[in-house]
Design a protein around this ligand. Structure first.
Ligand code: CP
Ligand code: NVA
Length: 310
């Protein structure tokens, strides 16, 4: 029987933080996924790997998956989490917040409105900072997503990921994480709602093969993975009605799924607005891997914590 990777030294991340997807090299991402898959199979072997370590969880926005899986991840590695909800830096400067937290805990996980808040925490804190979603990126979600793809297909090269919808934080993280691992990323977004040009340049510089279109069928054609996300992200609630009109032709439904590769899967970071970006039928279909994906948040984040905090 193969022994667990826990017997082997764990690769330390070369970057001190996970501010965005590019803080992990491709090689580190591959090692993280191997570790995540081992953690999923052999959870008990890692029960004391981060014994006594603590994490600060800071949330400016709501969360079900991210918050609970980080709490569970650190607990299942022998550590514990403390959390605070509310705008970071409202009561005192960010640089003071960072230098309080790094005296008490060995890592900071933050869900923020602005990427600048992540950058500020990382600049001032002496302990690793993990981006748990910002306006620009959602790297922890992308790690769970590529773990799910790897489990289903066994490889990334030659696979096409179609992202249908808003060119948001999720689209950016998939471009930079799935794209750098070798998947072709085809994004279908309405005109004016495509990904951030700076993120597209970063993806191109990293050698990512991507295509942009405003035709969902073109993106979905032959895809192995179809991915969508809400049309109005957290903080965009006032635009929700307008976005419903703009994105009306971008729903992932059975007709769109019929254009994909034979063994294609459907992914969504959740929470989903069924009846808007995706139909109930696709969410509940045999192709849907959304709950494996959600489960993998736990395993991928445990691997991340081991590579950053140990
Ligand atoms: N996918 C995701 O990040 O979910 P939460 O917003 O519930 O954390
Ligand atoms: N794009 C979404 C992702 C939620 C997990 C948001 O930012 O609200």
């Amino acid at each position: 029987m193969a022994t667990s990777l826990v017997e082997q030294p764990i690769l330390k991340m070369s970057a001190p933080d996970l501010r965005g997807d590019l803080d992990l090299t491709v090689e580190e991402t591959r090692r993280l996924l191997e570790l995540a898959i081992d953690l999923k199979r052999n959870a008990s072997a890692y029960a004391t790997a981060l014994q006594g370590r603590s994490l600060s969880l800071l949330f400016e926005k709501p969360s079900l998956r991210t918050r609970l899986t980080f709490e569970l991840a650190i607990q299942q590695l022998g550590g514990y989490a403390v959390s605070s909800i509310g705008m970071i830096g409202d009561r005192e400067p960010l640089k003071d917040v960072a230098r309080n937290l790094d005296r008490w805990t060995q890592g900071i996980v933050a869900r923020v409105f602005s990427q600048e808040t992540i950058e500020g925490l990382a600049q001032w804190s002496r302990v690793p900072v993990i981006n748990a979603l910002s306006d620009l990126y959602h790297p922890c979600q992308a790690l769970a997503d590529v773990q799910t793809v790897l489990e289903r297909f066994g490889h990334f090269e030659g696979l096409k990921l179609a992202y249908i919808g808003d060119g948001n934080n999720m689209a950016h993280s998939l471009l930079l994480t799935a794209g750098r691992l070798g998947m072709h990323v085809a994004i279908a977004a309405p005109n004016g709602y495509g990904p951030n040009p700076d993120v597209l340049s970063a993806a191109a510089n990293a050698g990512v093969q991507y295509t942009l279109t405003s035709d969902p069928a073109e993106a979905a054609n032959g895809a192995h993975v179809v991915y969508t996300d809400v049309w109005a992200s957290m903080g965009q609630e006032t635009e929700a009605e307008e976005r419903k009109r703009v994105f009306a032709g971008f729903q992932v439904d059975d007709v769109l799924m019929a254009q994909t590769a034979r063994n294609a899967i459907f992914l969504h970071c959740l929470p989903a607005k069924r009846g808007q970006e995706v139909t109930d039928s696709v969410m509940e279909s045999a192709q849907s891997a959304i709950f494996d994906q959600a489960e993998n948040r736990l395993h991928a984040q445990k691997a991340l914590l081991l590579m950053l905090l140990r």
